[in-house]
Design a protein around this ligand. Structure first.
Ligand code: CA
Length: 246
């Protein structure tokens, strides 16, 4: 397995695969646009800018950027509609900028096909890291490796096995399906509904309640310290994300 660990800073910038050809920023406030452009300087060769939703949709269609950073507070079109429109014909990652305390909106956006969100006010470093994570995820989309590791935990997707330091961990079918769903989108926050749909398909029920129970048992089995989970991260009011060290 290739060692994908990169030191922060210059070494990371030097990794050519993580540099996008172009990224589109849809944000109406010029100052924030400038801040985003600066934050993404090492991440993209070109940063395209749109000051309104309709302009952003047009640019996304014309230029086919590798990633879109989308602000939700736009003057003309709701961010949700911009996201839905772009998703009708493109699958590049969409990272949403949202206001604090807008959990419901975040859930709607992730369900509408956004890949991640960053809460305003954001740190440039955090935004760049989230964008890089999405670009990296895009590159890793072909599951050539069926085994993922996190510390001494090994998850073999093909054999449906989980081991810690070589010792097998028994998961129930539902726990396994949840884990596989999260690992398949590692680094990405999945909403309760998205995980529920992937695991239980058409069953009715309250996804959040179902998941809380199973995530607790899953953490007990795979986390080193289930009270301080390092792998399965809770996004309050939104869903869960698995973080695998690179
Ligand atoms: Ca705005």
């Amino acid at each position: 397995m290739v060692d994908r660990h990169v030191a922060p800073g210059r070494a990371e910038l030097a990794e050519p695969a993580l540099r996008a050809r172009s990224i589109l920023v849809i944000e109406d406030e010029p100052q924030i646009r400038r801040a985003i452009r600066n934050a993404l300087q090492g991440v993209a060769e070109r940063v395209l800018e749109a000051g309104a939703g309709s302009e952003g949709i047009d640019l996304a269609a014309a230029e086919r950027p590798e990633l879109v950073v989308l602000d939700l507070g736009l003057p003309d079109v709701a961010g949700l509609d911009v996201c839905l429109e772009i998703r009708r014909w493109a699958n590049m990652p969409i990272v949403v900028l949202s206001a604090r305390h807008a959990e419901h909106e975040k859930v709607l956006l992730l369900n509408a096909g956004a890949d991640d969100y960053v809460t305003k006010p954001f740190s440039p470093r955090e935004l760049a890291a989230r964008v890089r994570a999405q670009l990296r995820r895009g590159l890793a989309a072909t599951p050539a490796e069926s085994t993922v590791t996190a510390g001494d935990l090994t998850i073999d997707l093909a054999r449906r096995s989980v081991k810690r330091a070589g010792r097998p961990i028994h998961l129930t079918p539902i726990e396994w399906d949840i884990l596989r769903t999260l690992v398949g989108q590692a680094g990405r926050t999945l909403t309760h509904q998205q995980i529920f749909d992937a695991v239980w398909r058409r069953q009715f029920g309250n996804p959040q309640q179902y998941l809380r129970v199973y995530i607790t048992t899953l953490r007990r089995k795979i986390e080193v310290d289930p009270t301080h989970p390092q792998l399965i991260i809770t996004e309050p009011g939104v869903g869960y994300r698995i973080e695998l060290p690179h």
